[in-house]
Design a protein around this ligand. Structure first.
Ligand code: HEC
Ligand code: HEC
Ligand code: HEC
Ligand code: HEC
Ligand code: HEC
Length: 370
């Protein structure tokens, strides 16, 4: 019996070693010196990526077969990557679910996790982040960083932090079991010199740390469809072309990926014309990608095909024609915005009381006077 016991011991100590490698400093630790970056981050979707903190996530998770049938949280790979029991979360039968009282779960995509991504392995289903082994050694991009009393700074091999490859381990694509790409971002993301980082983490005013005064730092609130979309409006141009009997609204998406990516989203173009005291609302134009099965819309895990895709694609200029004759003195109001959750799915997901799921978010608003 002895060899078996030894083997078991050896095995369990390996597990411990593995868990140790998976220990990430808490984002709270960074607050002491990186106050502004921390404050931006804590309200972002990266810090709120768990079912307990995100009502939309919770609604999908409640119904998901991994939850209902398997008691595993495969989502953890991207939604709670700093979890101390990440391996178990991804294993059927281990019953490791996201918990409200486990700090390492509620950290979400933490500071230390993101800054320890060394490289990304490309896979068909979804990619995998390769992490550095040592705690408290973070990749950074400042050419002239001072030393930190709390951690080491790695600048060699930091290209992925600058060119956006650090993002594609989680954001590139996600295939479901029917090999349908549920959500994908064009990762060939260089566009006119812009990439994931330069667009979503623009440089803004405020120092990097409290130990050295600097004019600017990279925005860590991660501008996106929930928050701070105003930082991204400059990548989408709206123009209007008046014709004799009608007019055309052009939306020029100068982004390297589709306007919205997650299949829950619906973008809407709302146009109205003000003539004197009268406002005429014209028909809403809807941009959406609907996934489904057997000809009907279906949940992301059940869908096996794309039923319809009118979403504005990467680098696409979309023209929408309105059969309305503009006369002198008219003012045309154009609003482009979105619902984070398709209004047709809100009731089914039990989200009708959640503002985040039901509210129309205005992205860009413009008026044209004639
Ligand atoms: C390969 C990485 C990856 C995995 C695995 C993954 N997700 Fe996500 N998820 C993402 C990314 C990236 C986004 C942000 C996409 C966006 O905003 O377009 C996201 C967004 C979401 C959203 C939208 C949240 C909101 O507030 O609008 C829901 C819901 C969601 N995921 C549910 C899940 C569930 C449930 C699982 C597990 C069954 C899961 N995800 C697994 C990467 C992943
Ligand atoms: C005791 C203070 C202190 C704490 C705590 C701290 N840092 Fe820093 N950090 C610094 C200083 C100082 C710099 C260098 C700033 C400069 O040169 O302007 C820095 C720089 C960085 C950089 C950028 C390096 C570069 O070259 O771009 C990263 C990334 C970073 N810290 C991550 C973290 C993370 C993640 C945490 C929490 C887990 C953390 N820091 C906690 C003091 C601290
Ligand atoms: C460990 C996985 C992971 C990495 C790495 C990652 N993300 Fe995310 N990201 C997510 C998940 C998961 C969500 C969705 C969270 C939710 O809505 O619940 C998300 C959401 C977002 C959003 C949507 C925010 C909003 O307001 O809706 C943006 C923008 C974003 N990420 C940009 C980035 C950028 C830029 C990088 C690289 C610097 C990056 N992400 C790296 C997993 C990741
Ligand atoms: C989703 C990934 C991600 C997360 C989460 C994240 N960072 Fe960063 N961080 C980056 C990237 C990418 C850069 C490089 C930005 C650039 O070069 O423009 C960066 C830059 C920095 C810098 C260098 C200074 C600067 O502004 O360019 C510091 C310091 C830093 N991060 C600290 C933190 C702290 C502290 C947290 C948590 C409160 C955090 N980061 C969370 C991806 C992340
Ligand atoms: C040229 C600028 C630009 C580049 C490059 C870019 N994005 Fe975006 N991104 C946008 C704009 C504009 C939107 C739509 C407005 C919004 O969501 O606030 C957006 C939206 C998003 C969203 C929210 C989508 C949703 O359905 O909720 C995520 C997530 C995202 N981008 C991630 C990425 C990642 C990851 C990369 C790199 C692979 C990237 N973006 C590259 C400009 C850019």
């Amino acid at each position: 019996m002895k060899p078996l016991v030894l083997l078991l011991l050896l095995f369990s100590s390996l597990l411990v070693a593995n868990d140790k490698a998976r220990h990430y400093s808490s984002s709270e630790d960074c607050k002491a010196c990186h106050v502004q970056i921390y404050n931006e981050f804590k309200d972002s979707m990266h810090a709120n990526s768990t079912p307990q903190k995100d009502a939309i996530h919770a609604s999908i998770w409640d119904k998901h077969p991994q939850n209902v049938k398997q008691s595993r949280y495969g989502c953890g790979k991207c939604h709670t990557p700093a979890a101390d029991d990440l391996d178990n979360m991804q294993t059927v039968g281990k019953k490791a679910m996201p918990m409200i009282d486990n700090v390492t779960h509620q950290e979400g995509i933490s500071c230390a996790y993101c800054h320890r991504i060394k490289s990304v392995e490309l896979h068909a289903k979804h990619n995998t982040n390769i992490m550095t082994d040592k705690e408290k050694r973070y990749f950074g991009t400042l050419n002239d960083h001072m030393n930190s009393p709390y951690h080491e700074i790695l600048t060699e091999g930091n290209e992925h932090m600058k060119n956006g490859n650090v993002c594609i381990g989680c954001h590139s694509h996600k295939m479901n079991s029917s090999n349908l790409n549920v959500c994908s971002t064009n990762i060939d993301n260089q566009m006119n010199g812009a990439n994931c980082v330069s667009c979503h983490m623009p440089k803004i005013k405020g120092t990097v740390s409290s130990l050295k005064d600097r004019d600017q730092h990279a925005f860590h609130g991660f501008a996106g469809s929930h928050f701070h979309s105003d930082m991204l409006t400059k990548y989408v141009d709206i123009s209007l072309l008046r014709e004799i009997d009608d007019f055309v609204v052009n939306i020029d998406n100068r982004t390297s990926h589709a306007l919205l990516l997650h299949p829950l989203r619906v973008a809407v173009l709302k146009v109205s014309v003000t003539r004197g005291a009268k406002i005429t609302k014209l028909k809403n134009e809807v941009f959406v990608r609907i996934i489904g099965k057997d000809g009907k819309p279906a949940m992301p895990w059940a869908a096996n095909t794309t039923l319809k895709d009118t979403m504005i694609q990467a680098n696409e200029k979309r023209s929408v024609k309105y059969d309305f004759k503009i006369i002198k003195g008219d003012k045309v109001n154009v609003v482009l915005g979105w619902f984070l959750v398709n209004p047709k799915a809100v009731d089914k997901l039990g989200l009708s009381q959640e503002k985040v799921a039901t509210e129309f978010q205005v992205f860009k608003e413009q008026s044209f006077e004639f």
